[in-house]
Design a protein around this ligand. Structure first.
Ligand code: PLP
Ligand code: COI
Length: 339
């Protein structure tokens, strides 16, 4: 069955109820096999730790309709591993990598009619999550957990997609120095909603956060990682214990070096040294590569390549990354998992 009701070219990043989602329960020390269900409403105890104490984490990855008609998942093993690290940080049970990937595949197959056609630029966004549930009131790990995966067809996360967007440095922190910044947990995103909405109110795409200890170095965007290209063609991305280790970031590090011949540095990006960059970008599963036109800091907009044109290095990185995801270019071994 096709999907005539969706205008693929107009997709943004909005909730659409798709046909089936995967649902598994952890009780008495183990996950059950999980099932697909049409019901998109969870029935959970009012005492669930996910509701009160933020004991929950999530992931984001995409399924792509490839050029040859097959369906590609991009590095789902990395999402499984990151979710395991998030679960460890919040005292939740790991979902085994095989179960994670199998759940994603089942959800993609059951919602195949929602995968945007090749050539539209859209993809099927998968949202796996683990939440603490069951009767409880004290601040302690939940007695039971739910692992679920649902999916939504999406287009660009930032309106207009692959064109320069301006971002604003926030005076708030999204994470603490030894907190949960490196884990993909809801609390980080709750903390980013007010600063993010302030940035958007002022016409920016999103907020960029500085390091929470000294407020002198760029950490990341509220929804993506940061990278910059220096005038001498180095790819630089912040390294910090409070930055989310993005899988797009990890992939660009490899592609920048092996395919574009750039020198790669994971290090410090001082907010008063933006002049070193000729181009900058935000990268993530939802954001893909979003060129950064300018960054506003203390009422001054620092413009990189241009506010209207995409820089050539950013363009090449985008072509390489999305080419691999859509099956136009051979990726490094293991990056593409066929559904
Ligand atoms: N940083 C934050 C705060 C994010 O929400 C995301 C998106 O998942 C990323 C970075 C990029 O991570 P990934 O490339 O794995 O999607
Ligand atoms: C993702 O890119 O998967 C994310 O989780 C970003 C989110 C803020 C939509």
């Amino acid at each position: 069955m096709g999907n005539e009701s969706i205008n693929w070219d107009k997709l943004g990043f909005d909730y659409i109820k798709t046909d089936k989602r995967y649902l598994a329960h952890w009780r008495d020390g183990e996950w059950d096999a999980g099932t697909l269900t049409e019901d998109n409403v969870l029935h959970i105890s009012e005492g669930s730790t996910a509701l009160h104490y933020g004991q929950q984490c999530f992931e984001g990855l995409k399924a792509y309709r490839a050029k040859d008609g097959s369906i590609n998942l991009f590095r789902p093993d990395q999402n499984a591993a990151r979710m395991q690290r998030s679960c460890s940080r919040l005292l939740m049970p790991h979902v085994p990598t095989e179960q994670f990937i199998e759940a994603c595949k089942q959800v993609v197959r059951a919602n195949e009619r929602f995968i945007p056609p090749y050539g539209t630029g859209g993809a099927l966004y998968l949202r796996p999550f683990v939440i603490g549930v069951g009767d409880n009131i004290g601040v302690r790990a939940a007695p039971e957990f739910i692992f679920s995966v649902f999916c939504i067809p999406v287009g660009p996360y930032f309106k207009g997609g692959m064109k320069p967007h301006n971002f604003a440095i926030s005076s708030y922190d999204r994470a603490a120095p030894q907190g949960t910044g490196a884990a993909k947990v809801g609390g980080n995103y709750a903390a980013s909603m007010m600063p993010g909405s302030e940035a958007k109110k002022h016409g920016f795409a999103d907020a960029i956060y500085l390091d929470p200890l000294t407020h002198s170095k760029i950490e990341e965007v509220g929804s993506a990682n940061f990278f910059g290209i220096t005038h001498d063609d180095q790819f630089i991305t912040p390294k910090s214990p409070s930055v989310l280790p993005g899988i797009t970031r990890l992939s660009l590090i490899e592609l920048a070096e092996s395919r574009l011949g750039l020198k790669v540095t994971e290090g410090e990006v001082f907010i008063d040294k933006l002049d070193q960059f000729k181009e900058a970008g935000a990268c993530g599963t939802a954001a893909v590569i979003t060129p950064i036109g300018g960054i506003s800091y203390k009422d001054t907009l620092h413009v990189f390549h241009s506010e209207t044109e995409v820089g050539p290095v950013t363009q090449r990185l985008y072509k390489e990354l999305t080419g691999i995801q859509f099956g136009e270019i051979e990726g490094p071994a293991g990056w593409i998992v066929k559904v």
